[in-house]
Design a protein. Structure first.
Length: 179
């Protein structure tokens, strides 16, 4: 008979490298699928939820693995279904966003405040600073675009709610196995 102490000790063991690799591949595949299901609002603005698998992977495995996987997912996704021409700035965005999720969420308790701050930081750095720079380089668009700010403001509470509910589920489902 397993004692409660032994059960807790088993649940605190980190994932094996095979489990991490398998789960990383699953999150990459999920990201690629969700990335194809975006809703275009204009020529340069889309609504999508491909950030969820990357953020969950960052929560489970940390910023380095999530950042690398996000970059790999972006490149693989482009080759599987090219949309325009490849621009490395957007690949960098994926890696930076994943790293931010990992820095703020890895080995930390899931709280609404922590998730809200994390999504805010990602939105400011990636959506409102880096993406306009890349679009300006590519298409000579304005660096400050009101529609992008409005989209970010509208999606912010939705993204916070989705990420918080998903992370809460993941934490309950996977327990403290990787902690």
């Amino acid at each position: 008979m397993i004692t409660q102490k032994e059960l807790i000790k088993q649940n605190e063991k980190p994932y094996s490298s095979t489990q991490k690799l398998t789960m990383t591949a699953m999150f990459i595949a999920l990201n690629i699928v969700l990335n194809q299901l975006t809703i275009p609002i204009g020529t340069t603005i889309e609504i999508g939820f491909a950030f969820l698998p990357i953020a969950i992977m960052a929560y489970l495995f940390g910023p380095m693995r999530a950042g690398g996987a996000a970059i790999f997912a972006d490149i693989l996704g482009f080759f599987l279904r090219p949309n325009g021409f490849f621009f490395p700035g957007f690949t960098l965005n994926m890696g930076i966003a994943a790293a931010i999720y990992g820095i703020f969420l890895y080995k930390k308790p899931v709280t609404l405040k922590r998730v809200a701050i994390t999504v805010l930081v990602v939105d400011i750095i990636v959506s409102l600073i880096l993406t306009p720079i890349w679009l300006n380089i590519m298409y000579q668009t304005n660096l400050f675009a009101i529609p992008r700010v409005i989209k970010t403001m509208i999606l912010y509470p939705i993204n916070v709610g989705l990420l918080y509910s998903n992370l809460t589920f993941v934490h309950q489902f996977f327990g403290k196995k990787n902690r």
